[in-house]
Write a protein that binds this ligand. Structure first.
Ligand code: AMP
Length: 370
């Protein structure tokens, strides 16, 4: 038996990398980092079962940088489901890779194609992107994937939920089989398992807790509510909990309505959904991060991969479409070392959906006031 490594020094990293990690303020590796980094450094395929908030990004970025430090050209590709997530991953690569001379280009939809072509011509070590736009570049011949040695599928469950399987398969078919593949996913539904079975080679599994569980530090509560009770309940909760709050609604129009209501109440609130322009989304997200907005109202897809430290409260104004989405949503709070609350409004006809969530969690969510 080897003792569990509890420091970054014990993971076999370079001095430069240890310095960068120190500058990033990470004092010890998180469980997913402890489990994944040594295997990833050794070039093995890895399946990482971990949700956002566990330090999973650094778990694949650190070994990528270490393995790419001496060499040229685009050798690593990271696929992410949303532009927002891709941007955050790119930031981590640039932050941790600077000292080792490793950088990343961001290739996402909605941004200038020519600018991306110019960035790709420079041969960035790492390309971080969303599948659709990457495929566009592949067909145009503006990205050369032949030299890719490392592929990461980040948030694989969400990539597949969003219907990216055809694009991912085309990209995978264009890559050399002599590569390392790492797949990270918060949940492990059958389609993700099948992808791992067919595309990874003797992967090592790095798993944090039981798949599907929410961060243990999050205090979860259910509020039984009729549709008319939701608004007053939300206003009360937002007033009661003065910390940063993320509110989830099922539809974009409801996000807008709820956002307007809170703004009318004098609460600094921003709204994030896919009908907003790229610059509006950026402004909302940055404003929320910097504390200009205390509340962010968002739909599921947009909220994926929001990396904001210290979210005090997640409020599910509407139940998510799937139990897995509940896990993702609640994963926004109680990240790494912080504590958080998650409140979920459940209408009488939604009891069976609540049961499905509880089955995935393996525990009942207490009812508020009980
Ligand atoms: P992720 O799970 O990749 O979304 O990371 C969640 C947050 O944890 C990010 O804000 C990271 O900067 C932070 N983080 C990552 N690794 C560590 C670590 N070892 N110690 C403390 N914070 C970390």
């Amino acid at each position: 038996m080897t003792a569990a490594v509890s420091s970054f020094e014990g993971l076999g990293l370079s001095t430069d990398m240890l310095a960068r990690i120190g500058q990033a303020g990470y004092s010890s590796p998180t469980p997913i980092q402890r489990m994944a980094i040594p295997h990833a450094l050794a070039g093995q395929d890895v399946i990482g079962c971990a949700q956002t908030g566990t330090g999973k990004t650094a778990a694949f970025v650190i070994p990528i940088i270490e393995r790419l430090a001496d060499g040229r050209g685009t050798r690593a590709l990271i696929l992410a489901p949303t532009r927002e997530l891709a941007m955050q991953v790119q930031k981590v690569v640039d932050q941790l890779g600077r000292r080792r001379g490793v950088g990343a280009a961001l290739i996402v939809g909605g941004e200038n194609m020519q600018q991306q072509e110019r960035a790709l011509r420079q041969g960035p070590d790492v390309v971080v992107g969303t599948p659709g736009r990457l495929l566009d570049h592949m067909w145009r011949g503006t990205i050369n994937l032949l030299a890719i040695k490392i592929l990461v599928l980040d948030e694989a469950d969400r990539l597949l939920d969003m219907g990216f399987a055809p694009q991912i398969n085309q990209i995978l078919d264009a890559l050399s089989e002599e590569r390392q593949t790492m797949l990270f996913s918060a949940t492990m539904p059958e389609d993700v398992k099948a992808l791992a079975r067919t595309r990874l080679r003797q992967p090592v599994r790095a798993q944090v807790g039981t798949t599907g569980t929410t961060p243990s530090a999050a205090e979860q509560k259910v509020f039984h509510a009729s549709p008319e009770q939701k608004n007053p309940m939300l206003r009360r909760l937002v007033k009661q909990e003065p910390g940063t709050t993320l509110v989830f609604t099922r539809t974009k129009s409801r996000a807008d309505r709820v956002g307007r209501m809170l703004v009318d109440d004098g609460v600094p609130t921003a709204v994030l959904h896919s009908n907003r322009t790229m610059s509006q989304r950026r402004e909302a997200l940055e404003g929320f991060k910097r504390g200009k907005y205390r509340v962010l109202v968002a739909t599921d897809i947009m909220a994926r991969g929001i990396h904001v430290n210290g979210i005090a409260h997640v409020i599910n104004y509407d139940l998510p479409n799937s139990p897995e989405d509940y896990v993702h949503r609640v994963g926004r709070t109680a990240r790494v070392q912080a504590k958080g609350r998650a409140s979920t409004f459940v209408m009488p006809e939604e009891r069976s959906q609540l049961r499905a969530i509880e089955r995935l969690l393996g525990q009942a969510v207490p009812v508020a006031g009980s």
